[in-house]
Design a protein around this ligand. Structure first.
Ligand code: NAI
Length: 777
């Protein structure tokens, strides 16, 4: 044994392992079935779950079949009604009890998570498990307040939740807590690598007296997940890879089932010249080396100002050398095991590809077993595959930039948009970057901060929907808007031969409205509608309209709410002046609804605000609604004027530019509207109106990469095609219900919130050490 003086010589850490006795007793030789309807099923076909550190088998797990999934969904369906009917206070008490039980078993759950996942005990103990408990406490409050905070909303019914292996219990909490608070029942499928804490949670549900069937856990691999996606559920909440997310979106296309996707990322970590470099280096530790880089929001693309890059790298390498890679249960281990040998091989393969493309690897040596030392690839250009591919391991890429504009350009040079971390001592610089980087979460002078009150989720191909806080709750509820009869798909328009050739035969007003100008369709073709001939738009017109919208969108958004409100008031006044002309094309009642609606959204333009949420002391957390950019809006085929205005106005009031596909069978009023828009200071390109075969135009818009969100009003067939086409860049599609446009409540919040995507900006302030990261719980 070393003497004290010897230890003082080299100041090495001694072993300090967390005791795993209780967990091993709980596991000893166990074969688990599923937890369905409050009871355990007999184990079925089994597979092993292993400790990635030792490779030892921890327990045997049942591979869920489609029948198992169906049984779980049936149990959930049976329980859902009673659970939804409980008073909020009663549901809150159940959630509170779950939170307490998690807290009581914090040590046990931390060790279990470490054994199954390989992450260091410090992380599981200080972040994952306390945050899971915090989620249930926070959502106990939402259960209590649901009817007050979300009037007119109802639970969805049965939620299918599918989660990955990197934060097993935390991801479970992120999904189950809001689902239950909203009044839904749940079937959850944990990842095949890490099912154990979900099974322990099933025990907790039973212990805490949760009504049977409210939470069901079915284990298995991707096939079990796919069975859940295909089952009779009302929503799928998925966290995992972009590839699987896209498959799920394709499967659910046209079903009308709700979907939230939290997918991959390649998040930028921007270090400006005036950053506190020591703090930023600590941020890298939290962001990319934390959890072996197996974090969807890891700041894995280091973008560093050229002027300080050398100093930053010197500090980074020194810190990297001091990180301790070792046994996950040891309390002084910083970096634990990669979850599985398959994942380790994938990381090494991606790193090799990065080096082959010209990058230099610093650190990152593979160790025995499931270990890889922390490291980074330097000299990574945007052309290097490592720049854009999610490595999902403890390896960052490093790229330098010269100006703030270049930093933003590099940051946004990705198909993802999950998170970003920006480092600057100047509030003006940091907040400017936070505003310009396209990501669902931005941390200023911090990284990887999470809280139950702070919505988390992505933009672009990082998915849609939010988890946490008010916005997260909305995604587990449905708003009960009054609906009309079923919508049917109109027959394809019939081209009038020769009508496009001579100007004399064309109704003077019947032109497409693109980029603020009246345009003939590219094909030159027209089709007959009441009151004249309408232009038959095609794919080329869609492309032109999207281009015009994309050009205008940033300027329109940058005008701000007040200026947009003034433009919309002016438009409303001009419409009021031309009321009789509009009424002649539709009806007096419809014209009045349309005019009133424009006033309504003019009023909203500078009032649909974000909020400040309470996470932890010393953190200013802003939840900001941002426009998508270009939105596609497929308008109803009836009530052409009121329908278009009801959908297009909320979108532009929030700062989007819109390409609208007008009512196919009766669009003439919209050409009058286009003329009014022309004289109302609305920038050309903010609203573009196309007429023609609506289903084809919808698919063309849905498939266009520049269109960031789509609203589709129409029948199920058309919806399915549009939703499938939207899977390309994973744009969210809102199937607009069949509404009565004349109803005064067919406006406002339910529309506005779908016209924005949320950005959560974290700004730690005050006395907390900079870069205090996620470990502050
Ligand atoms: P994955 O997307 O394959 O698995 C996530 C979950 O989905 C697991 O529960 C899995 O069983 C299930 N699943 C797989 N195929 C399915 C299907 N066809 N239908 C329904 N469910 C299905 O992710 P995996 O294999 O765990 O990791 C692969 C990559 O995904 C990682 O390298 C990383 O890039 C990314 N990833 C992202 C995460 C995030 O938090 N956003 C977390 C974990 C992985």
């Amino acid at each position: 044994m070393s003497s004290v003086s010897e230890i003082m010589e080299h100041l090495d850490y001694g072993p300090s392992s967390e005791d795993a006795g209780a967990v091993r007793d709980w596991l000893s030789g166990r074969a688990f079935g599923h937890f369905i309807g409050g009871a355990w099923t007999a184990p079925g076909a089994l597979f092993d779950t292993r400790d990635p550190f030792t490779g030892q088998v921890l327990a045997q797990i049942t591979q869920g079949t489609a029948d198992d999934v169906a049984a779980a969904v049936k149990a959930a369906r049976k329980a859902a009604k009673g659970w939804a009917a409980l008073p909020g206070h009663a549901r809150a008490r159940h959630l509170y009890a779950l939170a307490r039980h998690i807290q009581k078993r914090e040590r046990f759950l931390s060790v279990l998570e470490v054994l199954d996942n390989g992450k260091p005990i410090r992380e599981a103990r200080d972040i994952d498990i306390p945050l899971a408990a915090r989620h249930f406490y926070h959502h106990a409050g939402w259960a209590e307040l649901r009817d007050t905070a979300f009037p007119g909303h109802a639970p969805l019914g049965v939620v299918g939740a599918i989660i990955p292996w990197n934060f097993p219990l935390l991801m479970l909490a992120w999904k189950i807590a809001p689902a239950l608070a909203a009044g839904n029942a749940v079937v959850l499928k944990p990842a095949e690598y890490t099912p154990l804490t979900a099974l322990a949670f099933a025990e907790i549900c039973a212990e805490a007296g949760l009504p049977p069937g409210v939470v069901n856990i079915v284990t298995g691999d991707g096939a079990t997940g796919a069975a859940l996606v295909g089952a009779d559920v009302d929503k799928i909440a998925f966290t995992g890879s972009t590839e699987v997310g896209r498959q799920i979106a394709e499967t659910l296309a046209g079903t009308g089932r709700a979907l939230t996707l939290e997918l991959g990322g390649k998040s930028p970590f921007v270090v400006m010249p005036d950053a506190d470099l020591d703090a930023a280096v600590e941020g890298v530790v939290d962001s990319i080396w934390f959890n072996q880089g197996q974090v969807c929001c890891a700041g894995s693309r280091l973008l560093v100002a050229e002027s300080i890059a050398e100093r930053f790298e010197t500090l980074l390498r020194a810190r990297m050398g001091r990180l301790r890679v070792g046994p996950p249960l040891d309390k002084s281990t910083d970096i634990g095991a990669i979850v599985d040998p398959v994942q380790k091989d994938r990381i090494l393969m991606l790193c090799r590809a990065g080096v082959d493309a010209g990058a230099e690897m610093i650190g990152g040596a593979p160790g025995e077993g499931c270990f890889i030392a922390p490291g980074y690839l330097r000299g990574v250009t945007p052309a290097n595959p490592a720049f854009g591919t999610e490595i999902f391991g403890p390896i960052a890429t490093l790229t330098t930039f010269r100006t703030a504009d270049e930093a933003v350009e590099l940051a946004n040079n990705t198909r993802y948009g999950l998170a970003a971390s920006v480092w600057s001592e100047s509030a003006a610089v940091a907040t400017d970057l936070a505003a310009r980087i396209r990501a669902g979460v931005v941390w200023i002078n911090a990284a990887n901060l999470f809280d139950a009150a702070a919505p988390f989720g992505g933009m672009r191909e990082s998915g849609f929907g939010r988890e946490g806080g008010f916005a997260g709750m909305q995604d587990y509820l449905t708003v009960s808007l009054r609906k009309t009869e079923k919508i049917s798909t109109p027959a394809a328009p019939v081209v009038v031969p020769g009508a496009g050739q001579g100007a004399a035969s064309i109704d003077r007003t019947a032109k497409l409205y693109i980029g603020g100008a009246q345009k003939r369709p590219d094909s030159g073709q027209m089709y007959a509608v009441p009151g004249g001939l309408a232009p038959l738009a095609g794919r080329k017109d869609v492309r032109n309209a999207v281009e015009a919208a994309a050009k205008t969108a940033p300027k329109w958004a940058a005008m701000g709410g007040h200026a947009r409100a003034q433009v919309l008031y002016f438009l409303a006044e001009n419409m009021a002046q031309r009321r009789d002309a509009l009424a002649a094309r539709t009806s007096g009642a419809e014209a009045d609804v349309a005019i009133a609606r424009v006033f309504h959204y003019a009023a909203w333009a500078d009032k649909y605000d974000g909020r400040n949420v309470q996470t932890r002391p010393g953190h200013l957390v802003n939840v900001i609604p941002e426009p998508f950019g270009v939105m596609g809006v497929i308008c109803p085929n009836t009530a052409p004027l009121a329908g278009l205005v009801s959908l297009v106005l909320p979108a532009i009031a929030m700062g989007n530019a819109v390409v609208a596909v007008a009512a196919q069978d009766d669009p003439m009023a919209l050409f009058d509207l286009a003329q009014i828009m022309d004289t109302s200071d609305l920038p050309g390109g903010a609203v573009n109106i196309l007429t023609g075969p609506r289903e084809d135009l919808a698919v063309a818009l849905a498939a266009h990469d520049e269109v960031a969100a789509l609203w589709y009003h129409g029948a199920a067939d058309g919806l399915r095609s549009a939703e499938r086409a939207a899977c390309g860049n994973l744009k969210p599609v809102w199937p607009v219900p069949a509404l009565r446009w004349s109803d005064p409540d067919t406006q406002g919040e339910p529309f506005l919130r779908r016209a924005v995507q949320i950005k959560t900006v974290w700004l730690p302030y005050g006395t907390l050490p900079a870069g205090a990261g996620g470990a502050a719980y």
